[in-house]
Design a protein around this ligand. Structure first.
Ligand code: UDP
Length: 350
């Protein structure tokens, strides 16, 4: 697809289209977890860029109505090798983008078994099917949680990996599996380590149950006004005592996947995805009050176990190598999320 065409289908990405080297192959891709928050936005961007998309999702945490047509939804689990063989053998897939997985850190502490089962054991089934059916490329949703408490910020891709939760362990283990499968089968992979993803895009937003994330949590407290919003700790060694995180808009994040998939040819890739800017919880809260246009009640609660004081990405590598630039600000993220929550006060219908 010519770069001008991509500019048409991805209207908000004009600055980035220059990085596409002209003609581009389109093809068929499989998105695991494509009914979830990030997977659904990814599916939308892939469709808009000209790909044919098949989604596999067990709908345990995903939503049927988050899968945008004409993407095809296959209801099933990534641990079902027969189903995967059936999908992958019928048509030629050029890439699998793997979003399916469990993501709640505290839950991974109380139930590590289901995290190892879902994120690792079933991931092995997926990788076996991918290699058996000779899908050449694989893009993996990893996380800043693989770094644990950083010795320094911004965090670069070369920094040591010391996950501090079973969730982080499962992501690190899957990264290792990708390296091993690449050696064994020649699979080309890209690992993308996400920092704090937020915002909404094209009618697709964040609908987790329970909601543990900061931005949707604040917005839901405004809409439902059941309980005061809790800020987990104001005694961290930061400028206002609350934790600092690096927020990235889901659109910018998914756009980076398109670039990474395009660049995945002769060597494997690993990139951090963040905006390289840190905001405290109180700063995010103040942004939400500005967007919502009212004071939002809150209380200071105890620290949440496992929260580290400061996480900020260096995204210098993907900027340098792929020309990626985040386009959207924290205010854009909160505004887009607020619009989505107002139009979906009870989340997706199904
Ligand atoms: N946070 C908070 N109250 C909430 C949810 C989150 O104070 O109801 C804080 C949390 O302690 C962390 C930051 O907001 O410092 C971001 O948390 P989130 O769960 O969104 O992402 P994480 O960084 O844990 O992946």
């Amino acid at each position: 697809m010519p770069a001008e065409k991509i500019a048409e289908v991805l209207p908000e990405s004009r600055d980035m289209t220059a990085v596409y080297p002209g003609e581009r192959e389109t093809g068929r891709v499989l998105v695991t977890g494509g009914a979830g928050y990030i997977g659904s936005v990814m599916t939308k961007l892939l469709l808009d860029a000209g790909y044919e998309v098949t989604v596999i999702d067990n709908l345990v945490n995903g939503h049927r109505s988050a899968v945008v047509p004409p993407a095809k939804l296959v209801l099933g689990d990534i641990g079902d090798e027969h189903l995967l063989d059936d999908i992958l053998s019928k048509e030629r897939f050029e890439c699998v983008l793997h979003f399916a997985g469990l993501i709640v850190v505290p839950e991974s502490v109380t139930r590590p078994d289901i995290y190892f089962e879902n994120n690792v054991a079933r991931g092995v089934k997926l990788l076996n099917a991918v290699c058996r059916n000779r899908v050449p490329k694989f893009v993996f949703s990893s996380t800043a949680a693989v770094y644990g408490t950083p010795r320094k910020v911004p965090i670069t891709e070369e920094d040591p990996l010391f996950p501090e939760s079973p969730y982080g362990d499962t992501k690190r283990l899957f990264e290792e599996l990708l390296k091993a499968y690449s050696r064994a089968f020649g699979l080309r992979y890209c690992i993308l380590r996400y920092f704090n993803v937020a915002g909404a895009y094209a009618g697709l937003g964040e609908d987790h149950c329970p909601e543990t994330h900061l931005i949707p949590g604040i917005l839901r407290s405004v809409l439902h006004q059941e309980e005061k919003f809790q800020i987990y700790g104001d005694d961290y060694p930061t400028k206002d005592g609350t934790c600092v995180r690096d927020y990235i808009h889901v659109y910018d994040l998914c756009f980076a996947h398109l670039l990474a998939m395009r660049a995945l040819n002769n060597e494997n890739l690993i990139y951090n995805l963040g905006s390289e800017t840190g905001y405290t919880v109180k700063e995010v809260f103040a942004t939400a009050e500005k967007v919502v246009g009212e004071k939002i009640p809150f209380e200071i609660a105890r620290r949440r176990p496992g929260d580290v004081p400061v996480l900020i990405a260096s995204s210098e590598k993907i900027k340098r190598e792929l020309g990626w630039r985040p386009q959207k600000s924290l205010e854009d993220m909160v505004r887009d999320a607020w619009e989505w929550h107002q139009t979906h006060p009870h989340g997706y219908p199904d």
